[in-house]
Ligand binder design. Structure first.
Ligand code: URP
Ligand code: ZN
Ligand code: ZN
Length: 461
């Protein structure tokens, strides 16, 4: 017998609607929405005065990612549980094809890491390091298996970097079949030369990570990625866009009608280059692209409002200060790149976006859930509240506040990048496919509740 749940009198907000009603969930699916529903249910959740929104979708996470001589500290169990606490009910994580390995082998490794461990539903993109024409069939096999997006890097020579020919081949093949290339757009070859100079001059502190990756290196990467996509007649999605210079490249292309899309992340909206300071504590913020000057924040918010940026992801890639970030105590170049955030995304964006009047509630839902669902082939099962959709639902109390801290977060990492910051709004209850996984801020789910999502074609939204 299916569990039947009734959510009463909540303010239901989707990317396009805003109304008060009841939601009836039969098993995993929303089956009825209406006023004063009189249907018997096993569980009734009273949501008066609360926002009832689609579960968040974070399309950019790295659980158990081998990187910089270590592995990101959240696995699929701890990382997805933390995501659920923060109101995210779907992640899309990046599987990795290491150089010389087949694409399918890369995905198989990630299935082995995630299967039976997650608290919420999950999908994979594939970090693609080799792509010759002969890989096209393999790419299409993966697409048939629900992996419909692929990340290529213009940075990290020798590890992940793909040259322009590889990018062009991959974009052409993906574009042909409704697949999506996600680009890490930064000129890594020039950046590596700048890093060599800095190290030779004894500039080794974490802040030099930021000072050796100028915004123009990102803007050049974004420009080139879009130009290659245009030649390949394919859409392109820029990941973790961090600054105005890069955003302007996306704006210019979109103004010409080119299907260029981009995400930014909370760290680029709330943190800045000032957070590095002069000492080793700055290693907390060694991520790529790095934190930028504060003047970029306003433009990124404007980009989100005006749809030049479509998605807020986290690029959640946590490394503990102890023993992991410490690998780079003598050189910023040896600090594993990445920072935690999967648990804090919804709260931060609600606070900075809606509470501080930068975007509407509908746009908040769109950039944290709906757009990613459409962009990555999950809509309308995910990304909205509608009859027939998965009952991935967050009951959010806008009247309460919370203070973000390592003392209270659930991510497996020994610092919080937003330590001490108070945000308005609290995730109270979270349903993942109809099952209550968070109730009054407490975890009620179990390892393995989450399912692998076979994604469909990526839509140019
Ligand atoms: O610093 C970052 N972003 N680490 C994760 C890898 C990537 O480039 O997304
Ligand atoms: Zn990246
Ligand atoms: Zn990433």
């Amino acid at each position: 017998m299916n569990m039947k749940t009734l959510i009463k009198n909540g303010r239901i907000v989707t990317a396009v609607d805003d109304y008060t009603a009841d939601i009836f969930i039969d098993g995993e699916t929303v089956t009825t929405i209406g006023r004063s529903l009189d249907i018997e249910a096993d569980k009734v959740i009273h949501a008066s005065g609360k926002l009832v929104i689609p579960g968040g979708i974070d399309p950019h996470t790295h659980m158990e990612l081998p990187f910089g001589g270590t592995e990101s500290s959240d696995d699929f169990e701890t990382g997805t549980r933390a995501a659920a606490y923060g109101g995210t009910t779907t992640i899309i994580d990046f599987a990795v094809q290491t150089k010389g390995e087949s694409m399918i082998a890369g995905v198989d490794k990630w299935h082995a890491k995630a299967e039976g461990k997650t608290a919420i539903d999950y999908g994979f993109h594939l970090i693609t390091t080799d792509f010759e024409d002969k890989h096209t069939e393999e790419m299409y096999t993966l697409m048939d298996e629900g992996i419909t997006s692929f990340k290529l890097f213009m940075a990290y020579p020798g590890v992940f970097l793909a040259d322009d020919a590889t990018i062009f081949r991959a974009m052409s093949a993906a574009g042909e079949r409704g697949g999506r290339i996600c680009m890490h757009a930064e000129n890594g070859i020039v950046i590596d030369e700048i890093i060599k100079r800095a190290l030779a001059e004894g500039r080794t502190a974490p802040k030099y990570h930021a000072l050796t990756r100028p915004t123009i290196a990102e803007a050049e990467g974004v420009h080139r990625a879009i130009a290659i996509a245009e030649m390949a007649e394919s859409p392109v999605y820029i990941v973790h866009l961090s600054c105005t210079d890069a955003l302007n490249q996306v704006r210019e292309a979109r103004d010409r009608g080119i299907p260029a899309f981009a995400e930014t992340c909370p760290q680029y909206l709330f943190l800045s280059i000032d957070d590095y300071g002069d000492g080793f504590e700055g290693a907390k913020y060694v991520m790529t692209p790095p934190l930028r000057e504060k003047h970029n924040h306003g433009e990124l918010w404007k980009g989100l409002k005006m749809d030049d940026l479509q998605v807020v992801s986290t690029d959640h890639c946590p490394f503990c200060m102890k023993e992991q970030k410490e690998l780079g105590k003598d050189s910023f170049a040896a600090i594993p790149n990445g920072a935690p955030g999967v648990e804090n995304r919804m709260g931060l964006i609600y606070n900075g976006g809606v509470h501080e009047n930068r975007i509407s509630l509908n746009r908040f839902v769109e950039i944290t859930s709906t757009a990613a669902a459409k962009m990555f082939g999950l809509f309308p099962k995910k990304g909205t509240i509608a009859v027939g959709s998965d009952a991935d639902i967050v009951i959010f109390d806008p009247g309460r506040s919370q203070t973000l801290s390592v003392e209270t977060h659930h991510m497996n990492v020994d610092y919080n990048a937003y330590e001490g910051r108070t945000v308005q709004g609290v995730v109270e209850t979270v349903l993942s496919r109809g099952k209550v996984v968070i109730e009054d801020g407490e975890y009620k789910g179990k390892k393995g509740d989450g399912r692998f999502l076979k994604r469909g074609e990526c839509v140019a939204i």
